[in-house]
Design a protein around this ligand. Structure first.
Ligand SMILES: [Zn+2]
Length: 422
């Protein structure tokens, strides 16, 4: 309590100084930004402890951590699309940092790494931890390339490895096995401890990795859980919650995401155990301060969604600045009569008044005989999004309808295509 008051006092005093002497010295960050800037206090005595910023990246995951001694860690850098790198770097710079001492990437899925190239291009990174999991996507290749361009080599992320992170204790508690069937279970899981307070960062681990951790002898008693896999029902079992006993849970998910994250079952399990939930889709960026005795949570509010007026999105996306009043979409399937288990590519071209629309979200929903499968993409500067997927063992001669929904700002439009497996 005392520490917190002292920090607020420092903030107020510095605001008064800025008001008295003008903003010239404060650089490009005028007072208007004050509310979203956290005090950077690195001096031992004035330290507020460990701060974890769960950045609002939409449907993805990225946490920026500042230790009591000012050391910094980035845990994942992914979101709705490549623009997540912009959101993450802007946020880190806004709160006064240019350097990442340690970066941890959990697994190769795009929603955890698609912002990495921008991070490595714009911020100095000291070391990178990553598990032994590879993928064949372009996004993964770009990630690996960005790391090597930065002159870095991966350090293997696996259970038992201690990450040098200044005065903060940082230890990897998963993955425990060498191999998993599911890429999510490779997720590098980190426990951070500052005095008597701790947080567990879990990536997209599922039941398999959770069960291994439950069965291990590791101390997994924590105060705050970064909820696995965006709150998917694949994870956060009762057994895992019993082992970790968190008081707080942070979920990183996108508003109205097509996966239905967080799943109701998970929210129910957390509620039943009286664990307080913060979901970035609802409250925006979540900042947890672990002062060594207790945890305080602040939320920044939604900033990145539908804020047309802000230059945050506008500066990197010219089309977004032109006020769009209508959306059109034309969609086609690469092969209307695909073989079972083959891949198809759905191409959507999004226009407004005949001009291509960049950055529109394209969601598709395949209506198979017994289930529906969602996929997503984002249009490029030509207004085109290509979404490729495997049709699996779809029933032969059963026409699969594909709903295509396009969303940009507050506009939405739909169309439908179909294919018939042979
Ligand atoms: Zn994910």
């Amino acid at each position: 309590m005392f520490v917190k008051k002292k920090v607020s006092l420092i903030l107020i005093i510095s605001m008064i100084i800025i008001l008295l002497f003008g903003c010239a010295e404060a650089g490009k960050s005028p007072i208007a930004k004050e509310e979203e800037v956290s005090p950077k206090v690195v001096d031992g005595e004035e330290s507020v402890g460990l701060k974890v910023h769960f950045i609002d990246v939409g449907q993805g995951s990225s946490a920026f951590i500042v230790g009591a001694d000012g050391k910094t860690m980035l845990y994942d850098a992914g979101g709705d699309d490549e623009n997540s790198g912009r959101i993450i770097v802007d946020y880190i710079k806004e709160i006064g940092y240019e350097h990442i001492d340690v970066a941890v990437f959990t697994h190769p899925h795009a929603d955890h790494i698609n912002g990495a190239p921008t991070v490595f291009k714009e911020l100095k990174v000291g070391s990178v931890y990553y598990p032994k999991a590879t993928h064949t996507t372009r996004t993964f290749e770009n990630f690996v390339e960005a790391v090597s361009k930065a002159g870095l080599k991966f350090k293997t992320a696996k259970a038992g490895v201690e990450i040098p992170f200044g005065e903060t204790n940082a230890v990897l508690v998963a993955p425990i096995s060498e191999q998993y069937e599911n890429l999510n279970d490779y997720s590098a899981t980190v426990k951070l401890t500052w005095e008597d307070t701790s947080v567990l960062l879990t990536g997209d681990i599922e039941k398999t990795s959770e069960n291994e951790m439950i069965g291990s002898k590791q101390d997994l008693d924590i105060d705050l859980l970064f909820v696995p896999h965006h709150g998917s029902n694949s994870s956060t079992t009762d057994g895992f919650l019993d082992k970790t006993t968190p008081d707080y849970a942070v979920i990183s998910s996108g508003k109205d995401n097509s996966y239905g994250h967080p799943h109701r079952e998970v929210v129910n399990r957390l509620n039943k155990k009286n664990i307080k939930i913060y979901n970035t889709a609802e409250v925006g960026t979540v900042i947890a301060t672990l002062d060594g005795e207790k945890i305080e949570i602040d939320t920044v509010g939604k900033k990145h969604v539908n804020d047309q007026g802000s230059n945050k999105n506008g500066s990197s996306n010219k089309v977004a600045n032109d006020k769009i009043e209508m959306l059109d979409v034309a969609a086609s399937i690469s092969d209307p009569k695909p073989k079972q288990n083959s891949s198809v590519v759905l191409t959507a071209k999004v226009t407004s008044d005949g001009k291509p629309v960049e950055g529109a979200k394209v969601k598709i929903l395949n209506h198979y005989k017994s289930k529906t499968t969602p996929y997503e993409g984002v249009t490029d500067k030509n207004g085109v999004a290509e979404i490729s997927y495997e049709i699996g063992r779809a029933s032969i001669d059963f026409e699969v309808k594909v709903d295509v929904t396009v969303v940009k700002d507050n506009l939405e439009t739909k169309t439908q295509v179909s294919f018939t497996p042979q």
